[in-house]
Design a protein around this ligand. Structure first.
Ligand code: NDP
Length: 510
């Protein structure tokens, strides 16, 4: 299975023309494709071509852009089997989960198209001081958006941002992970003939350095991936001062209080920890349970986990809950964390070993301690460590003791208390009695804090506005010959200004 390693090519080395990389099916080891590693020149050309197309696209009205987007959506839905097949083949996830990704894209295309006129039409700003002026803010697309995406959700993460950027009037160049580039290519192939100007939406294939070249050329970078890579991207973008939106890793806590519906919470924990084999930035990575319900809750979780069907390379992919890990490097991290936890005294209640090929059993660990890797570092795999806590305060303290702050959840019979406690969690979002569903709701902001992200929010108006540059337009209303504060200053101006200062701001406050 060595061939399923992510590329070992150093990210800092410029690829020469003619280099290629291979894409494999993680469930079977079969080679699916061999693709070019695009050189910096090729990436630059792609961005230049996208820039030309963008001018044509931005000149269209919202309504004209909407028609094209919706035509693309119809074509994507009509070709759903092909898309699901490609995604399952390169990523290994169950077909149902692949379909969920497509469903998300189809839904947000509609949402963004419907809301674009409202979110992007600009607005008048009433001025509190200078009533002789009027001001408004308008939004312009930034130009060419470079989307750099990971391999765990090639559609949702590769194209969720891309289509928001398109609706906002930008061109998009996507650099998918070298592990899963085929779904992106499939989507772009299906964009042919729907009415996009040629070159408006492109994919550049290759290693990390291809992403680096995109950073060197695009007008804005929307990056989703690991925290360390995100820092490199930001550093590189700083050379040209281009804006960067970073969606990074997580170590999401789940807190179960003693008054929670334990059956629902146990099912939620299993879904939250093992969806997509745990290769989810917002998966449940640490589970804190109040002492009085700890034993019974852990038993319920273990019972649920034992019912999960781990696929086998030869098995029917539609008849499984968990696929393989998507590539060898991620499996290595999982094995390393379990080995470390075992040595340091963790109890493995179920799972704890690999299956055939890249499959890894869903694993529940207890007796875990803060010094274990599984508690300190992002796992991004099917591991669920459970920790007994005295009360909600202890749970909050331990949950917040992390460099990450992406998402989180609290489970309780008292939703008002849950919402109050939620505000004490250091995370970009918190669900009460639910798990990570907020991600797919385009109305509400999503984005991480601390090492989990910077500058990135999708949801509501920000979904589209983050791909625009706002411009303030200020107009003088009355056309006086001069303004009191223009040069040269009149003799009375200092007196007048002092008078205004006293009149407006001298009041004392006790
Ligand atoms: P990486 O950070 O390794 O890669 C992300 C993308 O960046 C890939 O396309 C990668 O290309 C590219 N890349 C790698 N090096 C560079 C570079 N120097 N310059 C520019 N681009 C580069 O992440 P993974 O793909 O391994 O994804 C897993 C990580 O993503 C986890 O930490 C996870 O938490 C995070 N993530 C965060 C999400 C969120 O919403 N907050 C959602 C999903 C994942 P290549 O693959 O070809 O090396």
């Amino acid at each position: 299975m060595d061939t399923l390693e992510k590329s070992t090519s150093p990210a800092t080395t410029n690829p020469s023309s003619g280099a290629t990389f291979k894409v494999y099916n993680p469930a079977t080891g079969e080679q699916l494709a061999e693709l070019p590693v695009m050189t910096p020149d090729q990436v630059e050309q792609a961005v230049r071509r996208a820039g030309t197309a963008q001018k044509e696209w931005a000149a269209l009205s919202f309504n004209e852009r909407r028609k094209v987007m919706l035509r693309w959506r119809s074509k994507l839905v009509a070709n759903k089997e092909k898309i699901v097949e490609t995604l399952v083949a390169e990523n290994g996830k169950p077909p149902l989960e692949a379909l969920m990704e497509l469903f998300y894209l189809a839904d947000v295309i509609g949402y963004y198209c419907a809301q674009a006129p409202r979110f992007l039409k600009g607005y008048k700003v009433p001025l509190h001081l200078l009533k002789t002026k009027r001001a408004r803010v308008v939004y312009h697309p930034v130009g060419v958006v470079g989307v750099i995406s990971p391999w765990n959700f090639p559609l949702l993460l590769g194209f969720g941002d891309a289509l928001a950027a398109l609706v906002a009037g930008n061109a998009v160049v996507v650099k998918p992970s070298e592990v899963t580039p085929l779904s992106a290519l499939r989507l772009v192939e299906l964009a042919e003939g729907v009415g996009f100007p040629p070159g408006l939406l492109q994919v550049v294939t290759g290693w990390g350095e291809t992403g680096g070249s995109l950073v060197d050329n695009a007008d804005l970078i929307a990056f989703t991936g690991g925290t360390n890579t995100g820092k490199k991207v930001m550093e590189r973008a700083s050379r040209r001062l281009v804006p960067v939106l970073l969606e990074l890793g997580g170590k999401d806590p789940m807190i179960v209080l003693k008054d929670a519906d334990l059956d629902r919470a146990a099912r939620g924990a299993v879904a939250g920890a093992f969806f997509n084999s745990g290769q989810v930035c917002i998966s449940v990575e640490k589970l804190f349970v109040e002492a009085p319900v700890y034993d019974v809750f852990v038993a319920k979780v273990v019972e649920q986990v034992k019912r999960l069907r781990l696929g086998s390379p030869a098995g029917d992919p539609s008849n499984r809950d968990l696929g393989p890990m998507t590539y060898q490097g991620q499996l290595d991290i999982v094995e390393q964390q379990v080995a470390d936890a075992r040595v340091k005294g963790a109890h493995i209640l179920t799972g704890g070993k690999r299956g055939e090929g890249l499959f890894y059993e869903p694993t529940v660990l207890t007796n875990v301690t803060p010094d274990m890797l599984v508690m300190r570092e992002e796992t991004f795999g099917p591991l669920l460590p459970i920790i007994k806590v005295k009360d909600a305060d202890e749970a909050l303290r331990l949950a917040n003791a992390s460099n990450f702050g992406l998402s989180s959840s609290i489970w309780t019979g008292d939703t008002s208390r849950g919402e109050a406690l939620a505000q004490k969690l250091e995370a970009g979002s918190t669900c009460v009695n639910d798990v990570f569903i907020n991600y797919i709701l385009p109305e509400v902001p999503f984005g991480g804090i601390k090492d989990s992200g910077l500058g990135y929010r999708h949801g509501g108006a920000d979904s589209l506005r983050k791909f625009c540059r706002p411009q303030t337009i200020l107009t003088d209303r009355f056309g006086l010959k001069s303004e009191p504060i223009w040069l040269p200053y009149g003799k009375k101006v200092p007196k007048l200004l002092g008078f205004a200062l006293n009149l407006m701001y001298k009041r004392k406050y006790s």
